[in-house]
Design a protein around this ligand. Structure first.
Ligand SMILES: [Zn+2]
Length: 184
C-alpha cells in the first residue's frame, strides 16, 4: 500500500505567520507545500495537502482541525511546513520540532532536517521537543494517531537573504529532496 502523506502548510488565511522584507511566511509555506504535494504524487505516495479554509485558518480550533484531517486520512506521515523569522537577519538555518516523548518521529524529522539544510546550503540547527518548557503551543503536533510520524519543519529563515535565495533558485528540487527522504 502506498505510504500516506498529509502536508500541513503553516498559517494561512488571516494568519500570515512571520513577515519579512521577502514576504509573508504563509506564502513561503504554501509554495513549498504545493511542490511537495506534486512531487509526492509523482513518487507514488498517497498525498494530501490540507486545504486552507475558515475551519483550518481561523479560531482556536484551527490546529485541531488540521490534526483531524490527518487522522481522517490515516496519515503515515504528517509533515507540517513552516519558515522561521528573527532578528538579526544574519540568523539562518533549518530546524525541526517534534512532540515531546514521540521518539518514533525523531529519526524522520532529523533526516528531513538534514536533507533540507544540505540542499539550502544552510546551517543545521538543533531539533526541539515541543513541551511546556519550550513553546508548548504547537497544537498541530498533538492528537495524532499512534502510527502517524509527525513533525514540524522550519525550512529556513525568511528574514535571511541567503536562505531565501537558496530556496528560490530551486524550489522544486527542495521538494523533491524532502519527498525522497519521506518516501524512503
Ligand atoms: Zn510558522
Amino acid at each position: 500500500m502506498a505510504k500516506i502523506l498529509v502536508i500541513d502548510s503553516g498559517h494561512g488565511g488571516p494568519d500570515s505567520g512571520a513577515v519579512s522584507p521577502y514576504g509573508e511566511e504563509k506564502f513561503f509555506n504554501w509554495d513549498l507545500a504545493g511542490r511537495v504535494l506534486a512531487e509526492a504524487k509523482t513518487a507514488g505516495l498517497a498525498a494530501y495537502l490540507i486545504p486552507h479554509t475558515p475551519e483550518t485558518t481561523e479560531g482556536p480550533g484551527r490546529l485541531a482541525a488540521r490534526v483531524a484531517f490527518g487522522r481522517a486520512k490515516k496519515a503515515d506521515v504528517f509533515l507540517c511546513i513552516h519558515w522561521n523569522a528573527t532578528s538579526p537577519n544574519t540568523v539562518r538555518g533549518t530546524e525541526c520540532w517534534y512532540e515531546e516523548g514521540d521518539e518514533k518521529s525523531v529519526p524522520l524529522a532529523q533526516a528531513v532536517g538534514n536533507a533540507v539544510a544540505h540542499q539550502l546550503a544552510t546551517i543545521r540547527r538543533p531539533d526541539h521537543p515541543d513541551n511546556e518548557d519550550r513553546l508548548g503551543r504547537l497544537g498541530v503536533l498533538h492528537g495524532h494517531l499512534p502510527k502517524t510520524v509527525h513533525f514540524l519543519l522550519e525550512t529556513g529563515f525568511i528574514t535571511n537573504e541567503k536562505d531565501v535565495d537558496a530556496y528560490k533558485q530551486a524550489p522544486e528540487h527542495l521538494a523533491k529532496v524532502i519527498v525522497g527522504v519521506i518516501a524512503g
